[in-house]
Design a protein around this ligand. Structure first.
Ligand SMILES: Nc1ncnc2c1ncn2[C@@H]1O[C@H](COP(=O)(O)OP(=O)(O)OP(=O)(O)O)[C@@H](O)[C@H]1O
Ligand SMILES: [Mg+2]
Length: 489
């Protein structure tokens, strides 16, 4: 995977394709339009040049006639030497560089004067009989002009014809090409986006399928993934993507099912093993207790051994019971449910904790009216008792533990807060996982197992609730939130 540059959202495939089509078409329109316009203008100018050269010939002949009349260049109208030329035709005659007659044919066919700038521009045309474009400005605009020397008499005749018509035709063509080009681009964008949308629709379905799969609650042990991509024709690229995704989903589903089956097996084994261990453990404990009662008759070493056996079997019984409970909760077995007054459960648990930990300060705050939740009283008692046991065992004597029951509109929160040393920050993210325990707990004689909070979390979850922790040195707070049996309101 390549990381996208920050701050820039990449374009969608559809957008890129449509923009590609539009850009290509715009380029084509510009090239074709440009070539057409240039060709047309070239033709128009060439035709104008032919007319101009013919006009030049006629003017030269007319000037020749005038000069034949006598020495010097007689005064007269410019129209006389522009025979057969229409409005706008420009003429200029110089003798040895001096302008002797100049002007242009007006709209009414009468001679019109040129400005000095226009005169200069025409006089500057090189006398090589090659037409070229000159700008006369004013009301005349661009002209094609040609200068023709009259033998070696020193007389030069300049003729000019207006480019206005050629310019108008050209700009009309430019307008038309631009309008047609823009319309074609707009149409291409519209049709292109429709075509691309239709072509990519199966890809949208692939995305939808993948999204639905990603929303499946796979973490909660879901193993069935019924979602599949509908279009999987192998003739299209998108179809092949869909088929590949379907094959992948099939594989993942198979793997999940296999893992689920093996997990179930392990759970059943743990549950069965814990269950089977209860009876021999009870027997061991019973015999050890029996032996201890007669300890006066036993050698001191044997009596001590029996005492240890009894203590360890009590601990092992707790461990086995915890594991059995967890295995049952894991198996998702429904707990028997009845209305339970949560404040009552908390009061009893705190009373027990008080007896077990008289060196701690126990503060209790419960509402006057009890809050009912649906659940199993013994499990709920254990969930709270585990928190209280932690607040007692993992904090030094003299620690204050505050237990509160806080009713909420549709839930109830039980908090257990102590001002002890707090929980190691590295432990917090995995606190509710099995066999998580702090270093002090590990080394404590009669040690703890690290199952207490895992059991609390599993019980609370089985009741549809949630347990949270917030710990810092001097303040550790656990909060258990359970849904009320009947929400207020
Ligand atoms: N109130 C608390 N103050 C300080 N540390 C705590 C507190 N509660 C829990 N801990 C830490 O979290 C760890 C996990 O607690 P958890 O109850 O799961 O296991 P445990 O108490 O060690 O064993 P078990 O409860 O199975 O006898 C504890 O070992 C302890 O380090
Ligand atoms: Mg504990």
């Amino acid at each position: 995977m390549t990381a996208e540059p920050a701050g820039r959202t990449p374009w969608s495939l559809r957008r890129r394709l449509v923009l590609g089509i539009v850009a290509l078409l715009a380029l084509l329109a510009v090239v074709i339009g440009g070539v057409t316009v240039a060709a047309l203008r070239g033709q128009l100018v060439a035709r104008l040049d032919r007319v101009l050269l013919a006009a030049s010939e006629r003017t030269t002949a007319a000037v020749d006639d005038v000069v034949v009349g006598g020495p010097g260049f007689p005064a007269g109208s410019i129209v006389d030497i522009l025979p057969g030329q229409g409005a706008g035709a420009v003429g200029l005659v110089t003798v040895d560089g001096q302008v002797v007659r100049a002007g242009y044919v007006g709209e009414d066919g009468r001679p019109q004067l040129l400005t000095p700038v226009q005169l200069q521009a025409l006089a500057d045309v090189p006398d090589d009989r090659a037409p070229r474009t000159v700008s006369l400005g004013g009301s005349l605009g661009s002209y094609r002009a040609v200068a023709t020397p009259l033998g070696d008499s020193g007389i030069t005749v300049v003729n000019g014809l207006s480019l206005a018509e050629a310019d108008a035709t050209t700009s009309q063509l430019v307008t038309t090409v631009a309008a047609v080009g823009l319309a074609a681009i707009a149409l291409a964008a519209l049709l292109g986006s429709l075509v691309v949308r239709v072509a990519l629709r199966p890809l949208t379905r692939v995305v939808e399928t993948a999204t639905r799969v990603s929303e499946l609650p796979l973490e909660s042990g879901e193993v069935l993934m019924p979602e599949r991509v509908p279009d999987t024709t192998s003739s299209t690229e998108v179809g092949r993507v869909g088929a590949a995704l379907n094959r992948l989903l099939g594989k993942v589903e198979g793997a999940l099912a296999a893992r689920h089956a093996s997990e179930q097996k392990v759970r059943r084994f743990v549950a069965d093993a814990s269950h089977e261990l209860r009876t021999p453990l009870a027997t061991i404990r019973g015999y050890a207790e029996l032996g201890r009662r007669e300890s006066e008759q036993l050698p001191p070493d044997t009596a001590r051994s029996l005492e240890r056996i009894e203590a360890e079997s009590v601990r092992m019984t707790t461990l086995v019971e915890d594991m059995l409970l967890l295995a049952r909760l894991d198996a998702g077995r429904e707990l028997p449910r009845e209305p339970v007054g949560i404040a009552r459960v908390v009061v009893e648990a705190v009373a027990d904790a008080h007896v077990a930990g008289p060196a701690h300060h126990w503060l209790l705050d419960v509402p006057e009216e009890d809050v009912q939740v649906m659940g199993e009283p013994a499990s709920l008692h254990q969930a709270v008792a585990n928190l209280l046991a932690n607040a007692r065992i993992h904090t030094p004597p003299g620690t204050t533990v505050r237990v509160e029951v806080l009713p909420r509109p549709d839930s109830v929160v039980v908090t257990v807060t102590d001002d002890g040393p707090g929980i190691d920050a590295a432990l917090v993210p995995v606190l509710f996982e099995r066999f998580t325990r702090g270093d002090d707990a590990r080394t404590r004689a009669g040690g703890s197992t690290g199952l207490g909070l895992a059991i609390t979390a599993a019980i609370v979850e089985a009741h549809g609730g949630e347990v949270r922790v917030d710990s810092a040195p001097g303040r550790t707070a656990f909060a258990v939130e359970l849904p009320r049996s009947s929400p207020l309101g």
